[in-house]
Design a protein around this ligand. Structure first.
Ligand code: IMP
Ligand code: MG
Length: 183
């Protein structure tokens, strides 16, 4: 049987232990920032599912969760900045304090548009928590990231929810793909 976790095409970036420690820090920060507020965590499917599951267990506050699934319109391989809502929220967010949970911010176009959509739904406040931030390809420079796990170089990464063509979301660590042609 071949192991997915020891795939030689992967270069370890952050171990499960390093991620756990950093997510605990983010959770503690959010806990102190959001005391006595109406907190809702909104996960952007599918990539944020592992991060959000761990993060919410590090937030010692009354909160609820919801999910959205969006697809970024691409013009060839270049993102146009428009997003299609594939799955909308289940509950209203009017007067709620929202933290959008993402796996990774790359160009920033998806989250920029998603934030506008959430604002139009009447949220009281909207902040962004992302596990990873790749600042180099950022197109939407004005996108403000409030909580960030790790800033990474402009490499394609997988694991802990992040995928390459649907694969590798189950890795307990984050790794860079050495040869993207050999997925
Ligand atoms: P953007 O910020 O609008 O460019 O889009 C960010 C989305 O692109 C993320 O939610 C991921 O789904 C995907 N993405 C960007 N970089 C990576 C990567 O290195 N690995 C896996 N997915 C990525
Ligand atoms: Mg995503």
């Amino acid at each position: 049987m071949t192991s997915e976790f020891t795939n030689p095409n992967l270069d370890l970036l952050y171990s499960a232990e390093q991620i756990k420690a950093r997510v605990a820090e983010l959770g503690a920060e959010i806990t102190s920032d959001y005391a006595v507020r109406n907190l809702v965590l909104i996960g952007v499917l599918k990539g944020s599912c592992v991060f959000m599951a761990d993060l919410m267990r590090e937030i010692d506050l009354k909160l609820s969760i919801d999910f959205m699934a969006v697809s970024s319109y691409k013009d060839g391989t270049v993102s146009t900045g428009d997003v299609e809502i594939l799955k909308d929220l289940t509950n209203p967010i009017r007067e709620k304090d929202v933290i959008v949970c993402e796996d990774i911010v790359d160009t920033g176009l998806t989250l920029f548009r998603l934030t506008e959509i959430l604002e139009s739904k009447g949220a009281n406040s909207i902040k962004i928590a992302t596990l990873l931030d790749k600042p180099e390809p950022r197109v939407k420079k004005e996108l403000k990231i409030d909580y960030c796990g790790f800033q990474i170089p402009n490499k394609f990464v997988v694991g802990y929810g992040l995928d390459a063509a649907g694969r590798y979301r189950n890795l307990p660590f984050i790794a860079a793909v050495k040869n993207p042609d050999k997925l």
